[in-house]
Design a protein around this ligand. Structure first.
Ligand code: CA
Length: 515
């Protein structure tokens, strides 16, 4: 009897082998949609990420973010870096910015930009201005095995849509196809479009805008269509045959919106004009609703194609909301109750809206207040794809948040780190050269220019108004040591003081010379 069963089982295995089938218990990996918005602030949504609904939550209309939030988990303490490229390189490599050294935004190859070379007091390091590299021999670049390449090697079809911004002009990683994406729709070196309008050919044909002209959407040139909508239509067209063939996919849907230039999506502007919003703010609100509409289209597509039970959806932004330039109304207030905005180390620059849905694993309509940071997406997505022992060139700093998706409580408070030895351009509160750490409710900021410390208890003071660094010297010391250890262990670059030619001291050394 036993022998007969064994023979039957061996026969089935052999038949399966002949047919090239996987064994029945090997489920195909889930599809992964990462919906990645550019410059979307923590309050740029009708989903409340704070403990109360704010006036900004009431201003903006994002019904599809509400829908995704109701489906899964809302992360209320999710962080990116203060500007575009560092977040994108951390996402694609799992490295903290201090380690990968693409600490500022990339575009021009091989050189520092005038805003850095012309700084009155600081001489900035030669950071990795050329962005990401997947092979040795590329100067001033972060060498790494990128996420899409690992997913592709494990059987995923990988799609890149929208803003790339991984490498400087002329270097391989400027093209997303060179970092492991099978398909690239409209991504290149630049971190913004010169125009969102099809009627402007998205900037193509304007000789002054060559660098910023969006590539690859020629079919929409001359048409009355907003860039976000053109990207959505192209995505669905590319995705359909992949879904029809039941091929697992990683869709990195990386919108150019809501980054400047602020331009109205006419489909959504009326509501905001009728509300008498400042004209620039009305445009901005229409761009947010346009983004949200694209999210709805993708969620609908997933439902209509019967793959909802097999598709993970993640929603994230690459930095805080723009507030220092180009916006209507008072500067540095557009992320209230958070302080300041994009480019700043205050919460308005780095805390972002994040949502996650993993069918069968996340609970609907839940909220998680554990701090996570952009480099955590790298190990998380590998875990989602069941890639257990990825071979990477780089050391990974990120930690998988799959446990948090299951609502598990972490065993200890994990510190998160930011490092920006750079100048962004625009000025404002907390914008500039700095390093910072958050652990538990506490956040310590170290400003390089004057070696000043600011310490905040975010649970009590989300607006970072009361600097506790002198009153809580013990906490300041503890976090300064933690931050110093991180900067040393990642071999982080520090600026120099032009006055003395000396390197800005590590935080703990700045304290030892007295508070
Ligand atoms: Ca950005």
């Amino acid at each position: 009897m036993f022998r007969t069963k064994l023979l039957a089982r061996l026969g089935l295995v052999f038949l399966g082998f002949l047919l090239g089938c996987k064994s029945p218990d090997t489920a195909p990996p889930p599809n992964i949609l990462l919906f990645f918005v550019d410059d979307l602030g923590w309050q740029d949504t009708s989903v409340p990420f704070w403990n109360q609904k704010t006036p900004l939550n009431q201003r903006y209309h994002t019904p599809n973010m509400e829908r995704l939030s109701a489906m899964g988990v809302k992360f209320t303490n999710a962080y990116s870096t203060p500007v575009c490229s560092p977040s994108r390189i951390s996402l694609m490599t799992g490295m903290n910015a201090a380690r990968h050294r693409v600490t500022n935004w990339t575009l021009q190859p091989d050189i520092l930009q005038p805003m850095e070379t012309n700084h009155p007091n600081l001489e900035f390091p030669m950071w990795n201005v050329n962005g990401l590299a997947t092979q040795e021999g590329i100067p001033h670049a972060a060498l790494a095995t990128p996420l899409p390449q690992l997913l592709k090697e494990s059987g995923y079809t990988t799609l890149h849509v929208g803003k790339g911004h991984f490498g400087a002009l002329g270097y391989p990683s400027a093209n997303p196809e060179h970092i492991g994406f099978d398909i690239n729709i409209a991504g290149h070196a630049a971190g913004a479009p010169s125009s969102y309008l099809g009627l402007d050919n998205f900037g193509n044909g304007n000789p002054k805008q060559t660098i910023w002209a969006v590539p690859g959407l020629e079919a929409y040139h001359g048409k009355d269509i907003f860039l976000t909508e053109a990207l959505t239509q192209e995505t669905l067209k590319s995705l359909q045959p992949i879904v029809d063939q039941k091929q697992p996919f990683f869709l990195y849907f990386s919108l150019y919106g809501v980054h400047a230039p602020l331009m109205a999506d006419q489909r959504f502007i009326d509501r905001y004009q009728a509300a008498n919003l400042d004209p620039e703010e009305a445009k901005y609100a229409s761009m947010i609703e346009s983004m949200d509409h694209a999210l709805g289209r993708l969620l609908d597509f997933i439902n209509e194609n019967g793959i909802a039970e097999h598709t993970i959806v993640l929603f994230m932004s690459d930095n805080g909301g723009l507030s220092a330039v180009a916006r209507g109304g008072e500067k540095h207030t557009h992320n209230a109750p958070l302080k300041s905005g994009k480019g700043s180390i205050y919460e308005g620059g780095i805390r972002v809206p994040m949502l996650a849905y993993w069918p069968g694993l996340t609970s609907s309509n839940t909220s998680n207040d554990q701090p996570i940071i952009i480099e955590d997406f790298f190990p998380t997505l590998l875990e989602m794809a069941a890639i257990k022992t990825p071979k990477t060139i780089q050391k990974i700093d990120g930690k998988s948040f799959v446990g948090l998706l299951k609502n598990e409580t972490p065993s200890s408070e994990r510190p998160l780190f930011w490092h920006y030895p750079n100048a962004w351009g625009p000025k404002g509160p907390g914008i500039g050269s700095y390093s910072a750490v958050r652990k538990g409710d506490w956040k310590l900021i170290y400003f390089h220019e004057d070696q000043r410390f600011e310490l905040y208890n975010l649970a009590l003071d989300i607006g970072e108004e009361e600097n506790r660094s002198l009153d809580d010297q013990e906490k300041t010391l503890e976090l300064a040591q933690l931050l110093t250890d991180h900067l040393k262990s990642t071999n982080a670059q520090m600026p120099r003081l032009k006055r003395t030619g000396e390197q800005v001291p590590h935080p703990i050394d700045a304290i030892s010379s007295g508070f």
